[in-house]
Design a protein around this ligand. Structure first.
Ligand SMILES: [Zn+2]
Length: 67
């Protein structure tokens, strides 16, 4: 069990941009490549199920979906 903080990543100096999709505050990825890379990292990191990359219905960027 690791004890690291899930909310703050000290390796990143900036806050990711976010966007409200329904009632979820989702991280914005500017490019499909960036989103796919983030999905791979997240699957590896959190041992979560496969993440889907999809284009935001409201703007020109991408989000990840865990369902
Ligand atoms: Zn969005």
């Amino acid at each position: 069990m690791s004890n690291r903080n899930k909310h703050l990543n000290p390796a990143k100096a900036y806050e990711p941009k976010r966007c409200w999709v329904g009632d979820t505050h989702k991280i914005i990825y500017d490019t499909l490549e960036e989103a796919e890379l983030a999905a791979k990292v997240a699957e590896y990191d959190h041992s979560s199920g496969p993440l889907k990359v999809y284009k935001c219905p409201y703007a020109e960027h991408y989000h990840l979906s865990s369902s």
